[in-house]
Design a protein around this ligand. Structure first.
Ligand SMILES: [Zn+2]
Length: 62
């Protein structure tokens, strides 16, 4: 889902246009989610990295 398809409940405009404070807040939040420091660090990625580390350790300990 992309933020340019969201319609604001407050002004009925597209959120990406930023016509009202609600739009601008939502747009800022969406952009922060997309480009934030945790954008790539979701739980699935963390779990995969953890599994890879355990596997590598197991191979080294043989
Ligand atoms: Zn709005």
């Amino acid at each position: 889902m992309t933020c340019d398809q969201l319609v604001c409940a407050n002004c009925n405009g597209r959120v990406v246009d930023g016509r009202c404070p609600v739009c601008r807040a939502n747009r800022a939040r969406l952009q922060q989610e997309q480009h934030g420091p945790f954008a790539t660090l979701n739980p699935t990625v963390l779990l995969a990295v953890l599994c890879a580390a355990v596997l590598a350790l197991a191979l080294l300990m043989r």
